[in-house]
Design a binder for this molecule. Structure first.
Ligand code: GAL
Length: 321
């Protein structure tokens, strides 16, 4: 009799365990989320992805759990497409995708649609056409035009309107992120537009891509400084990562921010905020990774609860000086 009781008990325990694991029963529901980040080795997206993970944790309750699988796209679209296929094979409930190439959105959407798995795209905006590809895809981002405009306004509003060498024209260097990306395109265009709209004369001395990267930013800024020296009034960096590199190049060239050159970035990563406080940088624009990651996770949760989600969810930038 004792033996029988033990067996029955063991049986009950096994069933309870199995129910718990399946995630659908036993009172606990576990949702599966697949996240792919275009590249882990990116200052801003590192802050962003860490916040996605910690914010999901804060939303967990005794009865709702999130099983988040996060992958490094390694800057390789083929690799990222494989990751998406794996997420689909694992039957995730939703995907959050920071595309390696925004132009590949349609390929990813088609795969997700065939499996009926909603997608929240983040940070790299797909084209308007691609965003119309399915009603269960959304984009969470910030308006890149606004960040460019704010960069330009930070320079425009200086006492000398950015013309630090006083020759009547703001001669500038532009460190471009990744030209395929609307963030890079609009920051490049709108930072200068804020100056020309104010009637300030500008001259472009140098414009090259640095892929958002500190080492590349340093190399490009060093080249520009060697080529154009005292002609340069302002270095515009499409992001703080490259601006951090530019700070080193400026110091090596014996120049001083605020005295004979200006430097402005975007993101407000902690290193840039420190650099502004130390006088090594003129200003930056806060790219709100907290607001964006929370908005993206909230959208993913809404999709998983079959609630309606807006196609576009925008988060504002803020000037930091
Ligand atoms: C931008 C950000 C850059 C870089 C890029 C990646 O919004 O300012 O630092 O992270 O996204 O797509």
């Amino acid at each position: 009799m004792k033996k029988l009781c033990a067996l029955v008990l063991a049986g009950i325990m096994l069933i309870a365990l199995a129910a718990g694991c399946s995630g659908g029963d036993g009172g606990v529901k576990t949702y599966k989320v697949g996240v792919s980040i275009y590249k882990y080795d990116d200052n801003f997206m590192t802050l962003y992805r860490q916040e996605i993970e910690s914010y999901f944790k804060t939303l967990e309750t005794d009865t709702v759990k999130y099983n988040v699988t996060m992958m490094d796209g390694k800057g390789d679209m083929v690799e990222q497409t494989n990751q998406v296929e794996n997420f689909i094979a694992q039957k995730v409930d939703v995907m959050i995708i920071n595309l390696v190439q925004s132009s590949s959105a349609a390929t990813i959407t088609d795969k997700a649609k065939a499996a009926n798995i909603p997608v929240v795209y983040i940070n790299r905006e797909p084209s308007a056409d691609d965003m119309n590809g399915w009603d269960k895809i959304s984009y969470v981002g910030a308006d890149a035009k606004q960040s460019g405009t704010y960069q330009g306004e930070i320079i425009r509003d200086l006492a000398d309107n950015g013309d630090i060498n006083g020759d009547g024209v703001v001669s500038y260097v532009m460190l471009v992120g990744d030209p395929e990306n609307t963030d890079a395109q609009y920051r490049t265009e709108y930072s200068i537009k804020a100056l020309t709209d104010a009637g300030i004369a500008v001259e472009k001395l140098f414009e090259q891509r640095g892929d958002w990267d500190t080492a590349k930013g340093q190399e490009l800024a060093a080249n520009a400084l060697a080529q154009f020296g005292g002609q340069i009034d302002v270095i515009f960096a499409n992001n703080d990562g490259m601006a951090m590199g530019a700070i080193q190049a400026i110091k090596t060239a014996g120049r001083t921010v605020g005295q004979d050159i200006y430097l402005v970035g975007v993101d407000a990563i902690p290193e840039a905020v420190d650099a502004i406080a130390a006088g090594d940088m003129t200003g930056t624009v806060l790219n709100d990774h907290i607001g964006q990651s929370h908005t993206a996770v909230d959208a993913a949760v809404r999709y998983m609860s079959s609630e309606s989600v807006d196609k576009y969810l925008w988060v504002n930038y803020q000037k930091v000086q």
